[in-house]
Design a protein around this ligand. Structure first.
Ligand code: ATP
Ligand code: MG
Length: 933
């Protein structure tokens, strides 16, 4: 300091020891000691003596040893106010203790809470307020010992406003300002206010790059700093600080590195309508999240030195100091509203605390906007409402369904009850109807015997027709009911379907004649036997054929065709009627359905429903084809074999169903049974049956008991009957040449054979047809297949009653009272009757009443008695005696017919002839002639 002439110390002091001190970097001095730091040889400690130096000690680095100098490169020495010697090296900062000559690292010395990191220390300074300032290549450190027991280390850097981070020199002026030279200018730091003010070339510095430890404070308070372009010196007193505060101008908005021009559209509106600086608010959409805002401070004096800081409200907590950078980038800002605050400080470091503000709104994407959210809410509410509504609806529907179900069940129960009632009533109807029916049948049968007049007969016929119609209806209803409640059980037998159908259709031939309809049955069947239920099949055929007749026109035809294929027998019922409209064809099998119910009074529309049910019960199939105005054809398909039927639906089994026992074994099983029985009667029986098997079977069956003659058709049978006068005739109904009904009629009409009982064998079973048989005079009906025992029994019973009757008759017509052998009380009674009648034979007034009076009986008891004994009413009995007597008298050729008539009480010859003819089926004169023959 102040040495005008530079002389080397060794020369100056004439002491060679100084030669070793080379590249001295710094000095420190106490009263007794001078410290010299060197660049390569560590620290020299020189003992001061008057005018010379005593002992010189040199401290060098002792690699890592505690208490030793850390580096041989000593950059700075400082003696502080506490007389401590601070040794700054290129490997740390230590405090030297002259007493024991040790170096203590600053971190150990102060036990700092936060370690002092830097290795290299450039310079040291003790400020006027007794703080140590440490300059390093990485910033300024401030060691504050004043606050408390432990020293605190502060770090000040460019971030805090220093002009550079490499601290080259630190000195202080008289106004408590530190002057710090850095690699990028000089900074003024006020110890109290901590305000930093930077100076660069703009302020007049020659260069901003300064050299390490190259600084000095002159006597007149002038400061010197050495740098790459020479020495800078100034007097801090002369530097006037301006109070100017920067204001900010927003210069540019860049979107994805592209400048946004004024008026540039962003979809619906312009981002900038005016210049950015005049804009208080910008609105960007969610795809414009990356943008840059450029700004500038309005300080052109040293614009490069303006400092900036920004803070984004709603995003940043603190200000971001960005130095001299005059733009800010934002990336991926979330949608929302923000306010950008920018403030600046000019080189005087006075921050303008009134920041420039810019409101930035980033609009949320469409799906995040408030209306989108309202929409979502509404949507959710809507969906929830719909779901809820649906649930409610479903619950309601379920409830309704349940109610509906209950209602339906109730309805069904009610209708079931109605039907039940209806069935019961129908059933109840049947009993009185049967009771009406039976006497009615008798009335018709014996119309003449009762002397009914033609008018009465006509009326009775009307009653009969309607009663039978009523009976048919009721039976059909009951059957239908049964079918509906599934109570109809199938009892299938193995029978000849062709014979069966022919027989079942028999009554319709009569109807065909009346109605002028051609009725025809054709068959191409080879194998005629199939399994079916007789009663049910009869209902089926009846309904189909009766429909065909009912809905036919006259003249017309009804044709039944029987065909077969491998598995089925097909029965077709075709008519030439009015046909069924195609709209109705699907409904004809529905119950109570009628195409035009105004036409068919007395029909119920259940016929076809029943047919369908019954066909299905047979596992068959029925189809209908119809052409309006031309005709209708029902095709009924019945399966062959019995596999389709359940075992319980088969009548016993094939063999036991006794289809006229084709198998020897079956026959043999029954014959011994029958043979065991006592033969009760004898007689001659004529069997008329076209089927040779059945014929043979019947012969074999009856031979053990009776003498049997057989014939193979009606005509042959009738001739044999006339020839043999058998005691009983068994005849089939459907036969070639002459059928059973006709045969029966003829037999009964002939006086010779009239009394022979006739049994008709039928494949059918319904009462209506029995009636037909009875009407033709048949004595009994046996349905095929029959129980052989039953047949034998029946034949026997009929023969017995026949002989009995014959006996009674033969007796009753004997005129000589003495001839009568009185054995039974009945015969006494009969004899008495006959004698009374004979006595009054000539009295044409003699009536049943007179007879009753004479016998002391009431009219009705006489009637009952005679009915039981002779099967004749009182009037008939009297008439028969008269006629039989007449027959006897006629044998006496001397008497004329009129004489005979008179003798037996007939005044009117014509009447006598009529009655006689009715009785013997011939005129009195013919009778006489026959007898004579
Ligand atoms: P029901 O048979 O109970 O006495 P119905 O004959 O009227 O009465 P269905 O036999 O069930 O009843 O027949 C139903 C309807 O089908 C008949 O009313 C008739 O209109 C029509 N139909 C049946 N068969 C024929 C047919 N062969 N030709 C024309 N129409 C027919
Ligand atoms: Mg019908």
């Amino acid at each position: 300091n102040g040495i005008p002439e530079l002389i080397a110390c060794s020369g100056f002091f004439n002491d060679r020891r100084f030669d070793q001190i080379i590249k001295a970097t710094s000095f420190a001095e106490t009263d007794q000691t001078l410290y010299i730091g060197t660049q390569q040889r560590g620290l020299f400690v020189l003992e001061k003596k008057a005018g010379a130096f005593g002992n010189i000690r040199n401290f060098k680095e002792k690699y890592g040893a505690t208490g030793q100098l850390q580096s041989e490169r000593v950059s700075y020495l400082l003696k502080d106010s506490k007389q401590r010697i601070w040794v700054a090296t290129y490997d740390g900062l230590s405090v030297f203790n002259p007493d024991d000559e040790t170096f203590t690292n600053i971190n150990t010395y102060f036990s700092l809470s936060q370690d002092f990191d830097p290795k290299i220390v450039f310079c040291l300074h003790e400020s006027s307020d007794k703080n140590i300032w440490i300059g390093t290549p990485t910033g300024l450190y401030h060691l504050d010992e004043t606050t408390g027991k432990n020293a605190v280390l502060h770090y000040i850097s460019k971030e805090n406003g220093l002009s550079g981070n490499q601290i080259m020199g630190i000195t202080e002026d008289n106004f408590q300002n530190l002057w710090i030279s850095t690699n990028a200018g000089i900074s003024k730091y006020h110890l109290k206010t901590k305000k930093i003010h930077n100076f660069t070339t703009i302020d007049g510095l020659r260069s901003t790059t300064f050299s390490e430890t190259s600084f000095c404070k002159g006597l007149n308070n002038t400061l010197y700093f050495g740098g790459t372009f020479g020495l800078n010196s100034f007097n801090p007193d002369e530097i006037v600080e301006s109070d100017y505060k920067n204001s900010i101008v927003l210069t540019n908005l860049n979107l994805y590195n592209q400048r946004v021009e004024i008026g540039k559209s962003n979809g619906s509106h312009a981002i900038l309508e005016k210049s950015l600086n005049n804009t208080t608010e910008i609105t960007l959409n969610n795809r414009q999240k990356n943008f840059q805002i450029e700004f500038s401070a309005l300080d052109y004096k040293a614009s490069g030195k303006n400092q900036y800081a920004y803070k984004l409200d709603n995003f940043d907590k603190d200000w971001n100091y960005i130095g001299t950078r005059h733009f800010v980038n934002f990336n991926n800002l979330q949608p929302g509203e923000y306010t950008l605050n920018i403030k600046s400080a000019s080189n005087n470091y006075i921050w303008n605390e009134q920041p420039r503000k810019l409101k930035i709104t980033i609009r949320p994407p469409m799906w995040q906007t408030w209306y989108a959210i309202v929409f979502y809410v509404m949507l959710i509410v809507g969906i929830v409402t719909i779901i809820r509504w649906n649930a409610v609806k479903q619950v309601r529907m379920a409830k309704n369904l349940e109610i509906e179900k209950i209602k339906h069940e109730q309805d069904q129960r009610v209708s079931e009850m109605k039907f039940q009632f209806f069935t019961n009533i129908s059933h109840e109807f049947r009993t009185p109807l049967t009771l009406i029916f039976a006497p009615l049948k008798e009335l018709i049968h014996k119309a003449q015997a009762y002397k009914l007049q033609d008018e009465a007969i006509e009326k009775i016929e009307v009653i009969y027709k309607n009663t039978s119609q009523l009976m048919k209806l009721i039976n059909q209803l009951l059957d239908f009911r049964k079918a509906e409640t599934e109570n109809l059980k199938l009892v299938a037998r193995y029978l000849n379907i062709e014979d069966f159908i022919r027989e079942a259709c028999y009554p319709f031939f009569e109807l065909a004649k009346i109605k002028d309809i051609k009725f025809q049955i054709d068959s191409t069947l080879k194998n005629k036997d199939i399994w079916f239920d007789r009663d049910k099949m009869e209902m089926i055929i009846n309904n189909l054929v009766s429909n065909a007749f009912k809905f036919n026109k006259t003249p017309g035809f009804v044709k039944i065709t029987l065909e077969e294929n491998v598995n089925e027998v097909i029965v077709s019922v075709a008519d030439s009627g009015k046909g069924i409209p195609s709209s109705a064809i699907d409904h004809v099998f529905e119950r109570f359905y009628q195409v035009d119910n105004s036409e068919n009074i007395g029909s119920t529309g259940i016929g076809l429903a029943l047919v369908k049910y019954l066909v299905e019960l047979h596992k068959g199939n029925i189809e209908v084809e119809s052409e309006l105005g031309k005709g209708t054809e029902f095709r009924l398909k019945l399966k062959k074999g019995k596999d389709h039927l359940k075992p319980e639906q088969l009548f016993a089994n094939e063999a036991e169903s006794l289809t006229f026992a084709r198998e020897e074994s079956t026959l043999n099983r029954f014959l011994p049974l029958i043979k065991k029985r006592k033969i009760a009667s004898e007689g001659c029986i004529l069997i008329i049956e076209d089927n040779p098997d059945v014929n043979q079977y019947l012969v074999t069956l009856l031979e053990p008991f009776f003498s049997v003659v057989s014939a193979l058709n009606g005509k042959e049978g009738f001739l044999k009957a006339l020839e043999l006068i058998p005691d009983l005739i068994i005849s089939d109904i459907m036969m070639p040449e002459m059928d059973g009904f006709e045969l029966c009629k003829k037999v009964k009409a002939n006086s010779l054979t009239a009394t022979i009982p006739v049994i008709l064998l039928t494949a059918k079973s319904a009462d209506q047809y029995k009636l037909m048989g009875i009407q033709t005079g048949a004595d009994d009906y046996i349905s095929k297949p029959f129980d052989p025992n039953y047949l034998v029994e029946k034949v026997q019973k009929l023969l017995i009653s026949q002989t009995k009757l014959k006996k009674q008759y033969s007796k009753s017509i004997r005129l000589d009272p003495s001839d009568i052998e009185i054995e039974a009380s009945d015969e006494v009674f009969l004899k008495k009757c006959i004698s009374v009648i004979e006595k009054n034979l000539q009295n044409d007034d003699f009536s049943a009443e007179t007879l009753a009076t004479i016998l002391h009986l009431s009219n009705s008891s006489l009637y009952r008695k005679l009915k039981s004994l002779s099967n004749l009413s009182s009037a008939e009995f009297i008439r028969s005696i008269r006629i039989k007597r007449a027959a006897q008298l006629l044998q006496d050729k001397s008497k004329t017919v009129s004489e005979v008539a008179y003798e037996v009480g007939f005044n009117d010859l014509k009447n006598f002839r009529q009655v006689f003819h009715k009785h013997f089926n011939c005129t009195p004169s013919e009778y006489r002639d026959k007898r004579i023959i």
